[in-house]
Design a binder for this molecule. Structure first.
Ligand code: FAD
Length: 566
C-alpha cells in the first residue's frame, strides 16, 4: 500500500502542467509531441518483477556489514554487485519505477522504433569488460559489442559533409581539402592525444600511480603546444588553422558537457578514444548493461526497492546511520552509498551543518533530447552524426559564457539501425529511430519549477526549429518532418526532475580543470563517516566507463576503510 502511495505521489510530481502540455502540442500540428518521463514509457521493455520493499531495512542477521544504496544507476549496480560478492548485505532504494533500473541508461520504444534515451556511444569497451568480469559476468556472453562504422558523419551548417573515420579511404583527402598539410598535423595531434590517454587514464582516472607512462605524459605536457592548462580550443589551434578542423576534433567535449573553449587540453584524450580505439554499440541496446548487472546483483542477494525515494541520509553523531524514505520509513545500515547526483545529495539530503558546499561549483551543459520515430530511413545520417555550426566559437560562448541558447548551435544525432537493425520493429522494417541531443546552458540557479519549465519550453522550441532547419540542408532530408510518426522530448527541466539533477545538468558537475580528477568531490564524505558517493559528479567523472571505474575504486576503498566483518 505504501509503495502504491509513493507511486501515486511520483506520478503527480512527474505530471506536466496542463498549460505546458498544451503549449507543447501547439508547437506543431501532428503527431503530438509528448514529454518523455519515467511514468510515460508504456512501451519500455520491462524485465522481471519488483522485489518487495523490505521495510525491515538493509541490516540482516549474520554475515557482514549492511549497506544502503540510494539510487539504481550504473554506479550503484556495480558497487552493489562488488560489495555483495564480498559478503556485504546490500539493499538499494530507487525513487523511479522498475523500468528505470540503470538510471540515465534507459530505452523506450516509440511507434515500433527503439531508442536509447541516454548513453549511445559505448567507448572503452575493455572498461566494461573489466567491470563485468569483476562482478562475475562475461560482457561478451551477455551481449554483442559491435564497432560502429563509420565512426561519425559530420555536417556543417554551410551544407558541407564529412566522414570522420581514419579508416575511411577518403579521410586524408577530405582533411587536405579543408586545409593543406592538415593530415600530417592530424597525426601529430593524435600522437599527443594518445599520450594524454595512456598517461591520464591510469594516473588521474584510475588513481593508480603508473610511473612507466608518466615521463612521456609529463614531457608531452611541457611542450608549449600541448600544455595541459591550455583550453582544448587553444591546443587545437597549435595544430590546425581552420575553424572547421578545430570543430571536428573538439565537438566530443559536448559529451562531458563542456565547451572546447573551457575544456582542458587533456580532453584530446576523447578524440584518441573515439578515432583510434573506435566507438561501439551493444547490439540489442544499452539497457542490457544495467539489466545484466541487476540480475547479477539479485543472484548475490542484493535487495531492490523501486518507487522508493530517499528523503534524507540519517546521521548519528559523526556517522551515517541509514536513510529516511519519502514514505516516512527509516532504514538502518552500517554504511550508506549515495548514487544520485552529488550536489543534489549535499544540498537536500544531508544535515546543513555537515554538508559540503557545492553552491559555487560549475555544472556541465544540459541537453534538450528529441526522439523522432520516422517511417523512412534517412541515409544522410550515420549511426553517429554530428552537426556543427560554422559560427563555432559563438555557438559555445552563448551557452557557457552568456548563459543563453545560441541562434546557431552544434548537435549530436544517434541513428543506431545502421549497426543494429533490431532497432526498427515497424512493419516492413522501414523507418528510423533518431535521437538528437542539443546542448543548452544549465538552468539558472534558485528558480522555481514553473520557471524551469518556461525556460525549457523556450529552448525546446528553438532547438527543434534549428534541428529541422539543419536537417533540411542535408542530402535527402528536406522532407524529414513529413515522415515523423512519433516524437518525444526531454528538456533540462524533465531530466532534472526525473533523476534529481541540479540545474538540469544531465552530465553532472562540469569537468573543468578545478573539478577534475583529485580536485573533484571525493567519494568519501569529509564530514560524515560511513557515507560514500558513486556516480558522475564524484571522482573520476561523467560517462559510463568513468562511473564504472569509480564504482570499482569505491569498492576497494570500502574494503580498506570499512572491512566487511570488522
Ligand atoms: C542524454 C545523455 C546521453 C549520454 N550519453 C552517454 C554516452 O554516449 N556514453 C556514456 O558513456 N555516457 C553517456 N551519458 C552519461 C551517462 O549516462 C552517465 O554518466 C551515467 O549513466 C551516470 O550514472 P550514475 O550511476 O552516476 O547516475 P544515474 O544514472 O543518474 O543514477 C542515479 C539514480 O539515483 C536515483 N535517485 C535520484 N534521487 C533519488 C532519491 N532521492 N531516492 C532514490 N533514488 C534516487 C535516480 O532516479 C537514478 O536512477 C549520457 C547521459 C545522458 C543523460
Amino acid at each position: 500500500m505504501r509503495v502504491c502511495l509513493t507511486g501515486a505521489v511520483l506520478a503527480l510530481a512527474c505530471a506536466p502542467s496542463t498549460s505546458f502540455r498544451t503549449s507543447l502540442r501547439r508547437a506543431r500540428a501532428m503527431p503530438p509531441v509528448t514529454r518523455l518521463r519515467a511514468l510515460e514509457t508504456p512501451d519500455v521493455d520491462v524485465a522481471g518483477t519488483a522485489a518487495p520493499a523490505s521495510a525491515a531495512g538493509a541490516a540482516q542477521s549474520g554475515g557482514g556489514k549492511s549497506v544502503t544504496i540510494v539510487g539504481a544507476g550504473v554506479g550503484s549496480l556495480v558497487s552493489a554487485a562488488l560489495l555483495a560478492q564480498d559478503g556485504y548485505k546490500v539493499e538499494i532504494f530507487e525513487k523511479n519505477p522498475e523500468d528505470q533500473v540503470g538510471g540515465r541508461i534507459n530505452q523506450a520504444v516509440i511507434e515500433g522504433c527503439r531508442f536509447e534515451l541516454g548513453p549511445s556511444l559505448l567507448l572503452l569497451p575493455d572498461v566494461y569488460r573489466k567491470t563485468f568480469a569483476a562482478c562475475g559476468l562475461d560482457l561478451d556472453e551477455e551481449m554483442t559489442i559491435a564497432r560502429v562504422d563509420p565512426t561519425y558523419k559530420a555536417y556543417f551548417d554551410d551544407g558541407t559533409g564529412f566522414v570522420l573515420d581514419p579508416r575511411d579511404p577518403d579521410f586524408k583527402g577530405n582533411l587536405e581539402a579543408i586545409e593543406a598539410g592538415s593530415y600530417e598535423q592530424y597525426k601529430k595531434y593524435m600522437e599527443s592525444a594518445e599520450i594524454n590517454l595512456e598517461g591520464g587514464w591510469p594516473n588521474f582516472i584510475e588513481e593508480k600511480l603508473t610511473l612507466d607512462v608518466l615521463p612521456k605524459f609529463i614531457a608531452n605536457a611541457l611542450t608549449p603546444r600541448n600544455f595541459p592548462l591550455l583550453s582544448h580550443n587553444q591546443h587545437l589551434k597549435q595544430y590546425f588553422k581552420t575553424k572547421k578542423l578545430n570543430a571536428l576534433f573538439s565537438f566530443q567535449d559536448l559529451y562531458v558537457g563542456l565547451s572546447p573553449y573551457n575544456a582542458p587540453a587533456v580532453f584530446s584524450l576523447l578524440t584518441a578514444i573515439e578515432l583510434s580505439d573506435g566507438v561501439y554499440y551493444p547490439i540489442g541496446g544499452f539497457h542490457q548493461i544495467p539489466k545484466a548487472l541487476r540480475r547479477r546483483c539479485e543472484e548475490l542477494g542484493v535487495k531492490f526497492n523501486f518507487g522508493a525515494g530517499v528523503k534524507k541520509i540519517s546521521v548519528e553523531g559523526r556517522a551515517a546511520a541509514g536513510v529516511e524514505l519519502d514514505d516516512g520509513r527509516s532504514v538502518e545500515s552500517d554504511l550508506v552509498i549515495a548514487n544520485p547526483d552529488l550536489p543534489f545529495v549535499e544540498e537536500t539530503m544531508i544535515p546543513a551543518e555537515k554538508k559540503r558546499h557545492t553552491e559555487n561549483m560549475e555544472y556541465s551543459t544540459p541537453v534538450v533530447s528529441f526522439y523522432f520515430a520516422t517511417d523512412k530511413r534517412f541515409d544522410a545520417l550515420g549511426h553517429h552524426t554530428i552537426c556543427l555550426s560554422t559560427d563555432y566559437e559563438r555557438s559555445w560562448d552563448d551557452i557557457v559564457v552568456e548563459g543563453k541558447f545560441p541562434p546557431n548551435f552544434n548537435f549530436y544525432v544517434h541513428a543506431p539501425s545502421r549497426t543494429d537493425p533490431s532497432v526498427i520493429q515497424r512493419p516492413g522494417g522501414e523507418g528510423d529511430s533518431i535521437m538528437v541531443l542539443v546542448p543548452t546552458p544549465p538552468l539558472p540557479a534558485g528558480i522555481d519549477d514553473a520557471e524551469k519549465e518556461r525556460i525549457s519550453q523556450e529552448w525546446y522550441e528553438q532547438a527543434r526549429a534549428g534541428v529541422i532547419k539543419q536537417f533540411g540542408k542535408m542530402p535527402g532530408m528536406q522532407d524529414f518532418e513529413k515522415h515523423i510518426v512519433g516524437e518525444q522530448v526531454r528538456t533540462p527541466a524533465d531530466w532534472g526532475k526525473l533523476y534529481n539533477m541540479n540545474r538540469g545538468a544531465v552530465f553532472g558537475l562540469s569537468c573543468k580543470i578545478s573539478q577534475l580528477s583529485f580536485l573533484r568531490p571525493s567519494p568519501r564524505h569529509p564530514n560524515i563517516d560511513n557515507l560514500y558517493f558513486v556516480g558522475a559528479s564524484t571522482r573520476p567523472g561523467n560517462g559510463v566507463p568513468l562511473v564504472m571505474t569509480g564504482a570499482r575504486l569505491l569498492h576497494e576503498r570500502i574494503m580498506r576503510e570499512a572491512p566487511v566483518d570488522a
